[in-house]
Write a protein that binds this ligand. Structure first.
Ligand SMILES: N[C@@H](CCC(=O)N[C@@H](CS)C(=O)NCC(=O)O)C(=O)O
Length: 239
């Protein structure tokens, strides 16, 4: 059995989409990061970085249980476990892996900062002009990289793979990063194609976990402090 520690955020959505794609049975363990669920001792034993997503495979390699954190590692683990969505040809395999690393080390973190300064901080009246300019520019650069890679290709590696699953959840929220997808026609076409898959998040958005998240007001004073204010609730002590 697979357990996904999940909250509706781009990094966790990658893992959810992958689970839908591969079709193995899984259960969602709702982890409300806006309430500090990631800061318990129990959760730290699953993800030492105290972030979502995390995956527990009770029948991992050799039938042994395995805990996996970091969304990129989760995608690669599930691809290897099932032989799906990562090519076997070594040249193509490494192409997919390098785009996966590009996503986890550049695209995700920098677009996250863009969204933070362009939208989340700005909506709270926190104006940081330099940061907004810097991350807007970097976001435009990253979308340009993706635009060029998608020229003449349906998907990042030609065929749909974990690279697309990693990149998509951040592109579908481009607006909040100050990016207009009309400026990146290849990316827009690709985003529509990925968003139209049966595993797509539009459909997953109807599930119970996501409905719960929609009810949560993400950025009240309290949730802002938990997520960005360095005021995490004190971790519960182990029993
Ligand atoms: N590199 C990590 C990043 C995980 C991450 O930043 N998760 C965010 C949600 S997208 C989170 O758990 N935030 C809660 C917090 O910062 O306390 C991954 O790709 O899994």
């Amino acid at each position: 059995m697979l357990e996904l520690y999940y909250y509706t955020s781009p990094n966790a959505r990658k893992a959810l989409m992958m689970l839908e794609e591969i079709g193995l049975p899984y259960e969602v363990r709702w982890t409300d990061i806006s309430a500090g669920d990631q800061h318990t001792d129990e959760y730290e034993r699953i993800n030492p970085n105290r972030k979502i997503p995390a995956l527990v495979d009770h029948h991992g390699p050799g039938g042994r249980p395995l805990k996996v954190f970091e969304s990129g590692a989760i995608l690669l683990y599930l691809a290897e476990k099932t032989g799906k969505l990562v090519p076997t040809d070594p040249i193509r395999r490494w192409n997919v892996i390098q785009w996966l690393f590009w996503q986890t080390s550049s695209q995700g973190p920098l677009l996250g900062q863009a969204a933070h300064f362009v939208s989340h901080a700005a909506n709270r009246g926190i104006g940081v002009e330099y940061a907004v300019d810097r991350y807007r520019r970097e976001a435009a650069r990253l979308y340009g990289v993706l635009e060029r890679q998608l020229a003449g290709r349906d998907y990042i590696d030609g065929e749909f793979s974990i690279a697309d699953i990693a990149v998509f959840p951040w592109v579908r929220v481009a607006k909040g990063q100050g990016v207009n997808l009309d400026d990146f026609p290849n990316v827009k076409r690709w985003c529509d194609a990925v968003g139209g898959r049966p595993s797509a998040l539009k459909k997953l958005d109807r599930d119970e976990a996501t409905k719960q998240a929609a009810k949560t007001s993400y950025y009240t004073d309290e949730t802002w402090n938990v997520l960005f204010g360095g005021k995490s609730p004190a971790p519960a002590t182990a029993a």
